[in-house]
Design a protein around this ligand. Structure first.
Ligand SMILES: *[C@@H]1O[C@H](CO)[C@@H](O)[C@H](O)[C@H]1NC(C)=O
Ligand SMILES: *[C@@H]1O[C@H](CO)[C@@H](O)[C@H](O)[C@H]1NC(C)=O
Ligand SMILES: *[C@@H]1O[C@H](CO)[C@@H](O)[C@H](O)[C@H]1NC(C)=O
Length: 721
């Protein structure tokens, strides 16, 4: 019966085609998106022979019954390639397989990262016993139908990000036998359908409190670095806890508002029955339902077929290119992710007592007010979390480890629109994370740090993360995956001093004199910190206005600090890059001799830039004015000449005394002989005196020619003494 029906269908289809429909699905029985995704996957798997039927191009997985592929209605619904000796990677084109519900690639030798764009409607994902590295991809958070997740026996690392908030259907999760570190994410408490969880033989740390109220039957957390107490709620289940550092002694009393330690939320995944049958329904129902139809139904079926064909034609058009990677890259999951994280955020913020507390009305009054909660989230994200990672293997302790996928999502796949600038060591991108947080991501060029040097990189991150000063751009995270090296810094709204001075847009007003002094002093303090507070001293080697970032109040933040001292061939890169930039001290230009004093020289050039508004080297100017230092230094002690040199954008609004003291400091810094240049602490002192005197004269005369906006002056007074 069914056979006949299918033949009839094919006949009708042909008739329809002949009647003038052009078949756009050249691949016969398979949806174009699925076919090309599998083709790409085949290539990524190194085109193995054991996958009979598979081809890389123009294949028809459903029509040609490819090995391990199950279809329904021209869509691929299951892939089982377990234990076939496969190598290579999974490829990055799986996102378009929207009908795929089961993917089993277990017991092979697949390597590389687990791709971040997994088929979104998977119910079962099994990748156990492979050689995957990197982190658990964040795109798991976009798979709400997931019931079974098995990533056991791989080489996964890093902490889990907060990606479980929507996975209420998940009933089994196996992450055992990897090297996953960090604490269990708060969103574990949203796994309301979970019954089995294997976390054993990883490097998890922190407590397992977040698991307390899950409806677990089976839990294995053995051989990790967990601390604290095993929650009483879990003691009645099938539990393994050996090989951790549990606290001894009596457990602390539960926080106020917590219900007694009986597992009142024990409920089983109500959706599991429904969705399991769901997976088979798409194929089954259509054939069995129509199977009873008589031949007389052919008239009706003609109409149906017409509709189906039309449907597929329309559909094809809309998903024609969904298979290629660019498509995904251009349509990041960010919008959905941002909702997600928003939820996590609100969840996290209210979780300071216990998730159970949410059920009891009393607890509401115990929770802190909304503003504090938000704050506590931010603190948690950027101060508390790193501490949790402390015990993990890589040295950086106080910064967050990001996955490539996180950063890719936050930067729109490092899109040009998010490019903030390009420095000597790599490009910098604006990264907006799901919680709205904006950071700057520096992607280190492989020419500066070859991909094999991950150990050096980790050490470098560790060093840079020790630097803390108000005027030094703070490192908040890093990513070392896949041979890529990225640094994540705090983001400063006003961009670089270079852009502010030399590339004004319609919003930016010219910098007033006080702001220029403030920027010089802040930068000097940053350098003083690197040179004289840090031990051993840190030579920056790359002082220039493009590396001075300005926040909303125009406070300077020196970027790239510590980079050049950590990158093995930094001097080469910098020499190549800075030749002729006008910042390099003569001894650097001549023999590449970087020192504390070469930093002082470059800092003097930045001050000169602030004073004149000119670039250190400007080929568009008359020959004698091209090199700023050469042009300006002979005139620095001549008041009349100074007033002609000063940035015309200031429109004469500056205290003359202040200007000439500023020029005096410059003259000291840019001396050709390194030994005559002052140490940065003296530069700071000189600038502080300059500010103090300016404030004093302001108080006595009641006027300050350079002052217009409010915040600026009050800041000067407080910050600089
Ligand atoms: C895939 O095939 C293997 C062996 O052929 C089997 O053990 C496994 O259960 C299958 N996986 C799924 C999800 O059907
Ligand atoms: C996750 O759980 C928390 C606490 O139980 C809850 O407030 C939050 O709404 C949940 N989030 C989602 C997405 O279900
Ligand atoms: C799931 O299906 C089984 C067998 O069909 C049934 O015994 C069980 O009660 C169902 N569970 C739920 C939660 O619906």
């Amino acid at each position: 019966m069914m056979r006949n029906w299918r033949k009839a269908l094919i006949l009708v289809l042909c008739a329809v085609c002949i009647l003038g429909f052009k078949p756009r699905f050249a691949n016969g029985e398979t949806d174009q998106g699925d076919a090309s995704a599998l083709g790409l996957m085949y290539s990524a798997l190194n085109s193995p022979q054991q996958l009979t039927g598979w081809t890389a191009n123009n294949g028809d997985p459903c029509g040609q019954s490819w090995k391990g592929v199950t279809c329904s209605n021209k869509r691929v619904t299951k892939i089982n390639l377990s234990n076939l000796g496969l190598s290579g990677t999974m490829g990055y084109s799986l996102l378009s397989m929207t009908s795929l519900t089961e993917l089993d690639l277990s017991h092979n030798s697949l390597a590389g990262d687990i791709p971040y764009n997994l088929p979104p409607n998977l119910q079962r994902l099994n990748l156990e016993y492979n050689q995957f590295t990197g982190g658990v991809p964040y795109s798991i958070s976009q798979m709400p139908s997931l019931q079974y997740l098995n990533l056991a026996h791989n080489q996964l690392q890093n902490a889990l990000s907060d990606m479980f908030a929507s996975l209420s259907s998940l009933s089994t999760m196996d992450l055992s036998f990897n090297s996953i570190s960090g604490s269990l994410p708060q969103s574990f408490q949203n796994l309301t359908g979970i019954s089995t969880m294997y976390l054993q033989n990883n490097q998890f740390s922190g407590t397992i409190d977040v698991l307390a109220n899950l409806p677990l039957d089976k839990l294995d957390v053995s051989n990790n670095r967990f601390t604290g107490w095993v929650p009483a709620q879990l003691k009645s289940i099938n539990l393994k806890t050996d090989g951790n550092s549990w606290s001894s002694g009596p457990a602390p009393p539960p926080p106020p508002g917590t219900p007694p330690a009986t597992r009142n939320t024990r409920k089983h995944n109500s959706g599991s029955n429904g969705s399991t049958s769901n997976s088979g329904s798409s194929g089954g129902s259509s054939s069995s339902g129509i199977g009873g139809g008589a031949i007389a139904g052919i008239v009706i079926s003609l109409l149906i077929v017409g509709a189906i064909v039309a449907f597929f034609l329309v559909k094809r058009r809309s998903r024609r290119s969904s298979s290629d990677i660019e498509k995904f890259d251009n349509q990041p999951l960010a919008p959905r992710a941002s909702n997600e994280v928003q939820e996590i955020k609100s969840m996290k913020s209210s979780s300071s007592f216990d998730s159970q507390a949410l059920d009891t009305p009393i607890s509401i009054s115990l929770r802190p007010p909304p503003i504090d909660r938000r704050k506590s989230f931010d603190e948690e994200e950027f101060n508390k979390k790193p501490i949790v990672v402390k015990k993990s293997v890589p040295p950086p302790t106080n910064v967050k480890s990001y996955s490539i996928a996180d950063l890719q999502m936050a930067t729109g796949s490092f899109s040009v629109e998010n490019l903030l600038g390009e420095g000597s060591f790599g490009r910098v991108y604006r990264a907006q994370f799901g919680d709205g947080k904006v950071l700057a991501v520096k992607k280190i060029d492989s020419s500066a740090l070859p991909s094999g040097m991950s150990d050096d990189f980790v050490e470098m991150v560790s060093n840079i993360s020790q630097l803390h000063h108000t005027n030094v751009t703070e490192l908040v995270g890093y990513c070392s995956e896949h041979g890529q090296h990225l640094l994540v810094y705090e983001f400063h709204k006003n961009g670089s001093l270079h852009d502010f001075l030399h590339i004004p847009d319609e919003y930016s007003k010219p910098l007033i004199w006080n702001s220029r002094v403030k920027i010089a002093l802040g930068t000097a303090r940053a350098l003083e910190y690197l040179h004289e507070v840090c031990s051993p001293s840190v030579v920056h080697k790359n002082i220039k206005s493009a590396n001075i970032l300005l926040d909303a109040e125009l406070n300077p933040h020196l970027s790239d600090s510590g980079l050049a001292t950590s990158i093995p061939n930094a001097d080469e890169v910098l020499n190549r890059d800075d030749a002729g930039s006008g910042y390099s001290a003569p001894e650097v230009t001549m023999s590449g001799q970087y020192s504390l004093k070469s930093d002082v020289y470059s800092f003097g050039v930045v001050m000169l830039e602030l004073l004149t508004g000119r670039k250190p080297f400007d080929s568009t100017r008359p020959r004698l004015e091209q090199s700023l230092v050469r042009w300006a230094t002979p005139q620095l002690h001549d008041i009349d000449a100074l007033s002609k040199m000063v940035d015309p954008a200031l429109e004469g609004l500056y205290p003359v005394k202040s200007l000439s003291r500023f020029a005096d400091v410059i003259a000291l810094c840019v001396q050709p002989e390194p030994e005559f240049r002052p140490p940065m602490s003296e530069v700071v002192e000189a600038l502080v005196r300059l500010v103090q005197r300016a404030n004093m004269s302001k108080r006595t005369t009641g006027t300050d020619q350079g002052a217009s906006p409010r915040a600026d002056n009050s800041h000067d007074g407080h910050d600089y003494m």
